[in-house]
Ligand binder design. Sequence first.
Ligand SMILES: *Cc1c(COP(=O)(O)O)cnc(C)c1O
Ligand code: SF4
Length: 455
Amino acid sequence: MSEAAREYEEPPSQQIQVLPREDAHGGDDLFRKVDLARKFWPEATQSEWNDPRWQMANRLRTLEPLSTLLDLKPYQKPRYKRLIDAFHYSITPYYLSLANWSDPEDPIRKQCVPDLRELEFQMVGDNDPLEEEDDMQVQGLVHRYPDRVLVIATNACSMYCRHCTRKRIWHEGESSRSKKDFQAMLHYIRVTPEVREVIVSGGDPLTMNMELLDWLLGELRRISHVEVLRIGTRLPVVLPMGVTDDMVKMLRGHRPLWLNTQFNHPAEITPESREACDRILSAGIPVSNQSVLLRGINDSPEIMKDLCHGLQRIMVRPYYLFQCDPVRGVEHFRTSIWKGIEIIEMMRGYTGGLTIPNFVVDAPGGGGKIPLQPFYLLSVTDKEILLRNYEGMIIKYYNPDETHMERGRKSNGAGRDGGTAQLLKGQGKALVPEETQRYKRRKQKDLLFKLGDMK
Ligand SMILES: *Cc1c(COP(=O)(O)O)cnc(C)c1O
Ligand code: SF4
């Protein structure tokens, strides 16, 4: 048995030792977290803590623990009662243990603890801005794009994200679809040969009965035109011990299968979540990440870069960065569109492309995901294009039918004033900002070569 495996199977002691979070926000983290865990679950042992069933059974879900958590005064309780009646809550002990309770702005806390602003903003936004209901061919099956469909397999999650786009289905109670519902979806997919990919989402499909999920994936697999399956789950982030060997073994049998998860902040990258991702990856299932851009949580280029670098280190590929949808009860999380573009601007070129997600807006009215990015295309004429790179270098690019002769002819003296017109009119190849590190390196290299020549 490997060292790592032994550690996992034999809890070293009977007392909870919540592992310190990896991004090292401060040395006292460990003690504070253990204190919090002891407050709510004083009797818990390490092996209970590592048991997903214990985690599920001990989630905070009622007014009582919420009052303790927020230290509510009696007069405040009715409002919170109304809040959690409107939008229920559920926090796994594990996820709660990642929060820093001395910080009201803590990114973990904001994602899981109900906030009165959810009620304040209840009238802003839609229940179903993406009009998923309108694109449902069969109850629970969204067919929006030509070649792929989305199965809303359950509306249960182990933790309810306060920013969830599908808050509207929380009202329907926690349940997965019945086998009969799935049969209807399967029938639709069978008779729709353009469907080559099926995305099983929710809610969180990995909270479903594993036999039912196994059956569903197996039935999908049997449809000859369904080439690829995908699962959307937040389990590795909010309940990583729930990613069990049995589960992974089951999933492994349904490959080609891709798994998308949702890390939103570097503080969520812990030894436990890394281990969960590693188990999935080791089964030959690629793990990608879809973050939601959330005000006050990750709406800064620095945090997003940290997150994406952290994800790359645990071999999870940043796939999408979602603009937060205008959903009822979520308005306080929304940022301006420009924030997402700024984040991409600060990443593209400066760091590896494998760490850069696509920033997308899921268009209201069922328009689907629309990618947005900084403006790299500055101008176009019939044959020429002005591009800029991440540093601000402006480059003229030729389309392939452009000949050199034509280029010469077009130069008529216009554009002598410089700037981008000068480029388009045929003088020079690029406008180059000269103060960048890259040019300093180039100059240094030239100098070194010259010195070398002199020897
Ligand atoms: C996001 C989404 C998909 C998947 O889109 P990709 O761009 O392939 O990730 C499919 N169907 C629906 C309804 C979706 O919202
Ligand atoms: S895991 Fe996904 S579906 Fe579940 S509450 Fe969070 S965002 Fe919503």
